[in-house]
Write a protein that binds this ligand. Structure first.
Ligand code: FAD
Ligand code: NAP
Length: 333
């Protein structure tokens, strides 16, 4: 069923006000194709929304906004080393992480990331040294321009740091319906990030205890979108050349630098924002969070222009202080 003039303010974790001209939910591929046929017949533009935890709503959305509701899990194949498991797009990401440990491992570090399985490949979600791409075998969905079902291999998804083909050539042209994960059956936890290294020195590390610890750390540092509207990290960590990083580190010896494969260096955007004086500082109805400067929060009454103004102020101050251009992580919807 297609609904008209649908309120999206509760469908995005920044709680920005917006309405969709039309709204449709689908529970399988055939319902999706029916929605897409109706959209094609009426020339409606189509956008897909999951949990709304990584989008910026700049105003009312013309056309049809669709939302996957299917949430099944199916084991496709198992060997002594790996399980291949398909998870459907509408499943809550965190629920999938918890379920996944029955089949294999690796997703534990990605516990408590908000949103849906279908959105995970889009920005190749990552946390605590793991990223979804490490465990994705293939992604299936419907390409809007052809209305054909397609399966992309992991290589075709062109995953990179918080990036994929779904943010580039296939942006706004592909509805992910399911993701196949290849999960190692042996538990070999990734514990390199500081808080996990400290915890694991004395803890009994099991898949369940790791999920609990990650959840505990995240709850202690990050604002809960149910209480304080936010979209997680608002800016991507900038990746700069080794020469630029070395120059910056000479001027700012405390600057956290993380060398990347290939020679470039990742900087911590939160540190740059804090040093630029924005930690806990507000501009109108939006501010940078007092505990984590990388998270833009609102007072619940903000509109897109409040967020855009703060984004530009922070970008300008970081650029003038460090010569580094910050790019927002959430995408304009
Ligand atoms: P949405 O916000 O609904 O959509 C995001 C984008 O994906 C949009 O462009 C949308 O069109 C597209 N999309 C959504 N579903 C589909 C689909 N089925 N097919 C095709 N395109 C689709 N991200 C991280 O990487 N690591 C973190 O640790 C992390 N922590 C966070 C913590 C908090 C408190 C918050 C609020 C956000 C955090 N995020 C993090 C960002 C966000 O949770 C992820 O990017 C998540 O994958 C978004 O899922 P979603 O379902 O809410 O997507
Ligand atoms: P943190 O541990 O305070 O670290 C700050 C930044 O330094 C992180 O962004 C992280 O980069 C980087 N970093 C820290 N230790 C590193 C290491 N050993 N190797 C390489 N890079 C390292 O970060 P936090 O804010 O508490 O977040 C913890 C994790 O959750 C991070 O991985 C972060 O990406 C993720 N997270 C993401 C979002 C989002 O919306 N995207 C929101 C909240 C948390 P990376 O970000 O590249 O890991």
């Amino acid at each position: 069923m297609i609904r008209q003039d649908y309120d999206l303010s509760a469908c995005n974790t920044l709680r920005l006000p917006a309405r969709a001209q039309l709204w449709g939910e689908f529970s399988d591929v055939s319902e999706l194709l029916t929605l897409l046929s109706a959209a094609a017949a009426s020339h409606w533009p189509v956008r897909v929304l999951g949990g709304g935890s990584n989008v910026l709503l700049a105003g009312d959305i013309p056309g049809l906004v669709i939302c996957p509701r299917m949430a099944g899990v199916q084991v496709l194949r198992q060997t002594a080393e790996f399980s291949w498991v398909a998870a459907e797009a509408g499943l809550s990401w965190h629920d999938w992480v918890v379920q996944s440990t029955a089949y294999g491992h690796g997703l534990e570090n990605l516990a408590l990331i908000p949103g849906t399985v279908g959105a995970a490949p889009v920005q190749n979600i990552g946390a605590y040294g793991a990223e979804a791409a490490d465990f994705i075998d293939s992604v299936t969905g419907v390409q809007l321009s052809s209305r054909q079902l397609r399966t992309l291999s992991a290589a075709e998804c062109r995953f990179a740091y918080r990036d994929s083909v779904f943010k580039r050539e296939l942006a706004r042209d592909f509805v992910i319906t399911r993701v196949v994960f290849r999960l190692p059956r042996q538990f070999a936890p990734q514990l390199s990030y500081g808080p996990l290294a400290t915890w694991s020195a004395t803890a009994v590390v099991t898949p369940q205890s790791l999920i609990e610890e990650i959840s505990r750390i995240r709850r202690s540092k990050l604002p809960d979108p149910q209480q304080i509207p936010n979209a997680g990290s608002f800016f991507k960590n900038p990746v700069v050349s080794a020469a630029q990083a070395a120059g910056l580190q000479r001027e700012h010896p405390q600057l956290p630098c993380y060398p990347q494969a290939g020679g470039d260096v990742k900087l911590a955007a939160g540190w740059l924002i804090e040093q630029a004086g924005w930690k806990g500082r507000w501009s109108g109805h939006a501010g940078m969070h007092r505990d984590q400067a990388l998270v833009l929060v609102t007072d619940g009454t903000a509109v897109y222009t409040d967020v855009e103004r703060l984004q530009q102020q922070v970008q300008a101050d970081v650029l003038s202080r460090f010569g580094v251009q910050l790019e927002p992580e959430p995408q304009l919807f």
